[in-house]
Design a protein around this ligand. Structure first.
Ligand code: SF4
Ligand code: SF4
Length: 407
């Protein structure tokens, strides 16, 4: 991994053309020049020249970024802004005494406790039937301010059992896959894993469960490289058996697990990254069709970290009406810690995005990342969309609403 000082030439490559303004979701929402790459490079230039020092204001501006990579894909100078911001934040952490709030945000122990508590709360809502009761009062929840909207958001994520056995795959040779269930799917919502298990049930692939820790993406994005490396070591040690794949159902986990080798230069990290396989890779040749006679209006949200293209799989589902939404591939505004540190901006980006789906009269928004599901549901809650559209994980949609095409 390169140090901040190694990016000097990259930062100088910024021509100040300002084209990144047109694609940066945070700039478009705030019109704050410090939110966009150009503004941040001006600040970092000041640091390189010794006119500024890393302080909490600089960190605040660096945090005004969802890490969506839109500027990288658009910049005529080809600058990887996210990578530079990560190195700059790492430099800040190396030289700064953390505030109490920063220590809380950075504590993996507290993060895990929070996830476990949220998971227990979710199970209580589900098993006591309170979750179904809350569904009846969704309109009231949406109108009852911040806490009501949060409860609506949480309740929309409660795990629902997938029923009705259908055969999706068959005849694949015997293989072993270790399942990497990201922390959100592991602790709060088992929907996706249950859907994947259901889809792969007759595939001949044995799914092995291991107790992995978080993939570490939020620590990486925050520049907390030491914590990220700790999680890499733990996850590498957890893989204690032979397997053909390390299976991921989350676009973000998939992308970051492949980056492990850049932060842990061991043969095991290299092997780990090479075995990482998205569920989509195993099922992309299957053709699906919806079970219901109803012609659903379906749109997709492409996560910023989606490294495999699931849109063709959705477009090819027989019996749906596919709707292409403007900005379907733009950031949902959630992005882990960004949503905690910049709540108002995050909610605004999410609600602008959600409005496009409502305007297009979409029934389902299909995506492949649990954080994006949170972002989409956050946006829908903000604009009081009740029950429609439903934001759903691709594999859950396939397992619940589809079968394998017969003709
Ligand atoms: S698009 Fe690239 S070169 Fe232009 S201002 Fe933004 S970061 Fe600089
Ligand atoms: S990565 Fe995304 S949010 Fe961050 S500066 Fe670039 S366009 Fe803006």
């Amino acid at each position: 991994m390169k140090d901040f000082k190694d990016y000097k030439e990259e930062i100088y490559k910024c021509s100040r053309c300002g084209l990144c303004q047109s694609v940066c979701p945070v700039f478009k929402t705030t019109l704050n020049e410090c939110a966009v790459s150009r503004g941040k490079f001006n600040i970092l230039n000041g640091i390189i020249k010794g006119e500024l020092t890393f302080n909490k204001n600089v960190k605040k501006y660096l945090d005004l970024c969802t890490g969506c990579n839109a500027c990288k894909n658009f910049c005529p100078s080809g600058i990887d802004a996210r990578e530079i911001f990560v190195a700059a934040k790492h430099e800040y952490y190396k030289n700064t005494k953390l505030t109490f709030f920063q220590k809380i945000l950075n504590s993996y122990f507290l993060f895990k406790i929070l996830l476990i508590c949220a998971g227990i709360f979710g199970h209580i809502l589900r098993f006591t039937g309170i979750s179904r009761l809350l569904k009846l009062f969704e309109k009231t929840l949406l109108k009852s301010g911040y806490l009501g909207k949060r409860l609506y958001l949480f309740n929309s994520l409660i795990f629902k059992q997938i029923t009705g056995k259908r055969t999706f795959c068959s005849g694949v040779k015997k293989q072993k896959a270790v399942y990497f269930d990201g922390c959100f799917n592991k602790y709060i919502n088992n929907d996706t894993k249950s859907a994947v298990t259901h889809i792969l049930e007759d595939s001949g692939i044995e799914i092995i469960k291991k107790d992995f820790e978080c993939c570490g993406i939020s620590y990486l994005n925050d520049g907390n490289i030491e914590k990220f490396k700790e999680l890499i070591t733990k996850n590498l040690n957890t893989l204690d058996c032979d397997c053909d794949y390390i299976l991921t159902d989350c676009a973000s986990c998939n992308s970051v697990l492949k980056e492990y080798k850049n932060y842990n230069e061991t043969a095991k990290a290299l092997e780990f990254g090479n075995k990482v396989t998205g569920v989509l890779d195993l099922i992309k040749n299957i053709k699906f069709e919806v079970i219901s006679d109803k012609k659903y209006n379906i749109a997709v949200h492409k996560p910023c970290h989606d490294s495999y293209d699931f849109i063709d799989v959705v477009k090819n589902i027989k019996g749906i009406n596919f709707i292409e939404i403007e900005d379907f591939d733009k950031c949902c505004g959630f992005s882990g810690k960004f949503a905690l540190q910049n709540q108002k901006i995050s909610r605004k980006i999410s609600s602008q995005k959600a409005q496009h789906y409502i305007d297009a009269n979409v029934d389902f928004i299909i995506t492949t990342c649990p954080a994006c599901l949170l972002g989409l549901n956050q946006g829908l809650a903000e604009i009081n969309a009740n029950n429609k559209p439903i934001a759903v994980n691709l594999f859950v949609f396939l397992a619940k609403y589809c079968k394998k095409q017969t003709t």
